[in-house]
Design a protein around this ligand. Structure first.
Ligand code: SAM
Length: 284
């Protein structure tokens, strides 16, 4: 197996693309990784061993998949672009522990593919980062961790804490399910073609139990979404204006008093614990 052609360098990537006359599709967010150093950081950060089943979203031409096949027990690679399937069949032919699935990850029910707990590893298509990550966590499928390349700004939002400009609904949703850690910042020249934004690799280690108590998770997320939908508004007004929650100003003010928050507090001051307690009171 040592003698197979590794894709992780610009020359081999360009050669293969030319051989198959492949043209990049912007609509699928195709920016292929060409930097070995970054690849190493992703694989180490994902902490993969031969005991692990890995789900890779968007294998592209198989650059990261090759390294995953070497490290993991089993790899499931889900790629939407039909044109990449024959390429993957060739570049992954040295490996017997990989399954290539030609599907849209947003339409795939993970439980039909494996019943094993999985570690997700991907250089994500940036246009659907949030639906992919939230879809995985909310699916209830056993996810141990998610280690992904995302837009730098999105990685900062995922790990932001209350008070800062990056803090919002995405920070709270991600941190409800997992503990985020940024593993690497990745410059544009590590990809072909170069993306027009900076990137970062983030590791989301799934909590074994949710870090806060809530009887109705969906209601809490509804409150969070409403709180940040009108960012510059006071929390009271943002919640009052939400058509679905149907809350009176009086009820919201009472709840804020109970939690010792000032009447004019903004959503960005509240922690996940605060939102859990607030939604318990509002829902009662
Ligand atoms: N993993 C490769 C690499 O690092 O070189 C490619 C990464 S590229 C940023 C994103 C990949 O996701 C592309 O191969 C693209 O075709 C694929 N993709 C885009 N949307 C997808 C979807 N909804 N489901 C599955 N794969 C998707």
């Amino acid at each position: 197996m040592e003698n197979y052609k590794k894709l992780i360098n610009p020359q081999n990537t360009i050669e293969l693309i030319k051989e198959y006359e492949f043209s990049f599709k912007k609509r699928f967010g195709q920016n292929f990784l060409i930097d070995e150093n970054v690849l190493g950081k992703i694989i180490r950060g994902a902490d993969i061993s031969k005991e692990d089943t890995v789900l890779e979203i968007g294998p592209g031409i198989g650059t990261m998949t090759q390294a995953l096949c070497e490290a993991a027990g089993e790899v499931i690679a889900v790629e939407i672009d039909r044109e990449l399937i024959p390429i993957l069949e060739k570049t992954l032919s040295p490996f017997e522990n990989v399954r290539i699935i030609n599907e849209d990850i947003l339409k795939l029910d993970l439980k039909t593919v494996t019943d094993k707990p999985v570690k997700v590893v991907a250089n994500l298509p940036y246009y659907i980062t949030t639906p992919i990550i939230m879809g995985l966590f909310e699916s209830g499928a056993p996810i141990k961790s998610i280690t992904v390349m995302v837009q730098k700004e999105v990685a900062d939002r995922m790990k932001a804490l209350p008070g800062g400009k990056d803090y919002g609904a995405l920070s709270l949703a991600v941190q409800y399910y997992a503990e985020p850690e940024i593993i690497a910042n990745v410059p544009q020249n590590c990809f072909i073609p170069r993306p027009n934004v900076g990137s970062a690799v983030i590791n989301l280690k799934a909590h074994s139990d949710p870090p806060v108590y809530t009887r109705d998770r969906e209601y809490m997320f509804r409150v969070i979404k409403a709180a940040f939908s009108q960012r510059r508004k006071k929390l009271t007004n943002a919640l009052k204006n939400d058509g679905e929650l149907k809350l009176s100003g009086e009820k919201i003010s009472e709840a804020l008093r109970e939690l010792s928050f000032p009447e004019d507090v903004r959503g960005e001051r509240l922690s996940l614990e605060d939102f859990a307690r607030l939604s318990e009171i509002l829902r009662a």
